[in-house]
Design a protein around this ligand. Structure first.
Ligand code: GLN
Length: 254
């Protein structure tokens, strides 16, 4: 499974968030400490971030390990942002190893990442896929479970659901039809919504900022572990964690 991270707060260089911490995403790509499934996250990476005065995020993705891209290290040193979502990928069996399959996925102001796997992909999601407008299916970026999950989340957002409700709905509707690990991260640059369903998640806030990450990127104090099957919402000043609604005991994943 992948490792991912979202940040909201005062502007920070991307490198300070992702590359220089002792156990940041760079280190997690070859030596994650808390990952429940998989060993290395070397099948690509992606970073989305917000620049001043622009509500639409910039996105940088590659199909190579994050450690193999010295150009990203250079850019990350001088690029600062107040909102970031990044992921290092371990492709699930049978899924393509391509830049287009690497998180974050994006549309409008949103950045989305999925840490996990849908059992029985793609057949198991046939019914849910059929519920989507054809145009949304045709616009899928890659033949990967995460891209379809993103389309399902987008459909909820388009219907007017809030970010946490959209994530919660998709977790419960997927869990109702198949086994799956569904740790999601979603941000619009001002708030973060996340789910835990089968893998680890932690948060830490301080001095007007919040980080939500698959695992702590340092051994400092202040990290809180999120229980499994939770829905987290966070702004720079407030974090709320509650159970995912409508997830019955039989549906609890994995
Ligand atoms: N299933 C997704 C993929 O193949 C996410 C994988 C993961 O969390 N490792 O990209």
């Amino acid at each position: 499974m992948c490792r991912h991270l979202a940040y909201i707060g005062s502007p920070l260089p991307l490198a300070e968030l992702l590359l220089t911490p002792g156990h940041g995403l760079l280190t997690q790509s070859w030596a994650p400490r808390r990952q429940r499934n998989g060993t290395v996250n070397a099948d690509g990476f992606g970073v989305g971030w917000y620049a001043p005065g622009d509500p639409l995020p910039a996105r940088y993705r590659r199909a190579i390990p994050i450690w193999a891209d010295p150009s990203f290290a250079d850019v990350a040193r001088v690029t600062t942002s107040r909102g970031v979502l990044a992921a290092v990928r371990s492709a699930s069996p049978g899924m393509p190893q391509a830049e287009s399959a690497a998180a974050p996925f994006t549309q409008g102001p949103w950045l989305f990442s999925h840490n996990g796997r849908v059992e029985g992909w793609p057949d198991a999601l046939e019914g849910l896929a059929a519920s989507l407008p054809t145009a949304r299916l045709l616009a899928l970026e890659a033949q990967v479970d995460s891209a379809l999950l993103w389309a399902l989340v987008l459909e909820q957002l388009a219907a007017g659901e809030s970010a946490p409700d959209a994530l919660g709905q998709v977790v419960s509707s997927v869990a109702a039809v198949t086994g799956a690990t569904l740790n999601f991260l979603l941000t619009d640059g001002t708030g973060i919504a996340a789910t835990t369903a089968g893998d680890t998640l932690f948060w830490r806030n301080g001095r007007g900022s919040v980080v939500v990450a698959s695992e702590p990127f340092d051994d400092g104090p202040g990290w809180h572990e999120v229980p499994d099957n939770s829905l987290l919402t966070a702004t720079a000043s407030h974090v709320d964690v509650r159970p995912i609604p409508n997830l019955t005991k039989e549906q609890v994943v994995p």
